[in-house]
Design a protein around this ligand. Structure first.
Ligand SMILES: [Zn+2]
Length: 123
């Protein structure tokens, strides 16, 4: 977590937004963009692509490692995948699916806030 609001692009050194995952000038992916699933090459939940980006791996390599470990652990890695998906926001400025789920649950159990009710006349 940095306090700076801007950063320099790793490729062209253009000053871009600190939360930007891509340079607005040269569209180069920023290495310090952190773990989010708003990445290219996502197939399922995008976790493999996000992890590949995070560790600067090749996405194909990450998928091979994922599928291999899936076979070795007898599916245990799937739950790790699922947990990672739940805790990873789609984009850096979005909330993780799990957080959004708890938001939705909270909304269900709290009374609706001043929602105007349009009662249609039975004309
Ligand atoms: Zn750039």
């Amino acid at each position: 977590m940095t306090d700076t609001m801007t950063k320099a692009c790793s490729a062209c050194l253009t000053t871009i937004d600190a939360s930007a995952t891509r340079c607005s000038n040269c569209t180069q992916r920023q290495p310090d963009s952190g773990l989010s699933r708003d990445v290219q090459g996502r197939v399922l939940g995008g976790v493999c692509a996000a992890l590949a980006q995070h560790f600067n791996w090749d996405v194909t390599l990450m998928r091979i490692v994922f599928v291999s470990s899936l076979a070795v652990t007898g599916g245990l890695v799937f739950w790790v995948y699922l947990a990672t998906w739940l805790m990873t926001p789609f984009a850096k400025n979005e909330r993780a699916p799990m957080a959004r789920f708890f938001d939705a649950v909270g909304n269900v159990f709290s009374p609706p806030r001043s929602q105007p009710q349009h009662v249609s006349s039975g004309e």
